[in-house]
Ligand binder design. Structure first.
Ligand SMILES: Nc1nc2c(ncn2[C@@H]2O[C@H](COP(=O)(O)OP(=O)(O)OP(=O)(O)O)[C@@H](O)[C@H]2O)c(=O)[nH]1
Ligand SMILES: [Mg+2]
Length: 305
């Protein structure tokens, strides 16, 4: 399967504060929606690996949870998970939002970067939101604080600058084998992405604490034949809330909200699986699951996959 002796491959970790556009960037690199994206911070809870293979290289991108000051157990697990992606990275993309900077978190991340051997590239994201001249002092500032291999302005949303960034990443990749079959998009199971899709819709349709107190587990995922012997994929998702009141809000009046979650999620899942889907969603309560290490593993589930 080795294409030629100049073939390059490696791990590229995407880190940064919450909401800076890390998951959007992963999706733009892949040209496909893999990681969920919402306007709310702390959307991503796990390492999301996406594989990009061309004739000359294979890159395993690792999207991570936003780095923050953790206030409860789930958040400390998210931070641990994010820093965990620094270890084996050949290249680290440190993503910042040029429109909204967070000096305290950035300082902490730079201190961590000092200790890694990986090539560090500064990615100035969301340049579509600011006038060009405002970028110059930002470049200057980072230049003083850390020796980045490159500093590259992009818009993950419009893909502006992303091809140039990809070219730089390729430059810093080591020679290496094809780690995964060339048509493989991720090494994570389909169930994970299905649960994430349902969680994305809940995050989008609910407010305040509910987006953060919700978790989704896929209990059943099975191919079935309908009476007309068409094939349909039957999926049962369980949504966990921390309180009875949250559960009621997620269900909504007459089941209206959960129905909408189901409709939106099903459309995305059908696209993702390229199949017809029957999606059933149950909502249940698991009090304070975000504070309990074992439950975080079960419901947030995938911390170590
Ligand atoms: N205007 C603009 N918006 C962007 C850009 N990149 C991302 N966004 C928006 O920023 C918000 C957060 O994007 P995400 O990709 O979820 O950010 P993230 O860094 O993965 O966030 P966490 O998972 O919470 O750490 C979403 O509303 C995106 O649409 C960009 O280049 N320009
Ligand atoms: Mg994210």
């Amino acid at each position: 399967m080795h294409k030629n002796q100049n073939f390059k491959s490696g791990y590229v970790s995407i880190i940064g504060a919450p909401n800076v556009g890390k998951s959007t960037l992963l999706n733009t690199f892949l040209g496909q929606k893999l990681a969920i994206v919402t306007p709310k911070p702390q959307t991503t809870r796990n390492q999301i690996r996406g594989i990009l293979t061309t004739d000359t290289h294979q890159i395993i991108f690792v999207d991570t949870p936003g780095l923050m000051n953790p206030k409860y157990r789930l958040q400390s697990e998210m931070v641990r998970t994010a820093y965990g992606a620094l270890g084996d990275a050949d290249v680290v993309l440190f993503v910042v939002d040029v429109n909204r900077r967070d000096p305290e978190i950035e300082d902490r991340i730079l201190t961590r970067l000092q200790r890694t051997k990986s090539t560090a590239i500064l990615v100035l994201n969301k340049v579509d939101l600011v006038p060009k001249p405002t970028l110059l002092p930002i470049f200057e500032d980072y230049h003083q604080r850390f020796e980045f291999a490159q500093m590259i302005p992009i818009s993950a949303l419009t893909a502006d600058g992303v091809p140039a960034l990809l070219e730089q990443i390729e430059n810093y990749l080591p020679l290496g084998p094809l780690y995964f079959p060339e048509d493989q998009l991720s090494d994570l199971p389909e169930r994970f992405f299905i649960a994430e899709t349902v969680r994305e819709k809940i995050m989008l349709l609910t407010q305040r604490e509910i987006p953060y107190a919700s978790a989704v587990v896929i209990e059943e995922f099975e191919k079935r034949q309908t009476k007309k012997s068409d094939e349909i994929i039957y999926i049962r998702a369980i949504v966990y809330a921390e309180r009875q009141t949250q559960k009621q809000i997620i269900i909504g009046k007459g089941g209206k909200l959960v129905k909408r979650v189901g409709e939106l999620a099903r459309t995305d899942i059908e696209k993702f699986l390229d199949a017809r889907v029957f999606l059933e969603i149950y909502v249940t309560v698991k009090a304070d699951w975000r504070k309990d290490a074992r439950q975080i593993k079960e419901l947030g589930g995938f911390m170590d996959i």
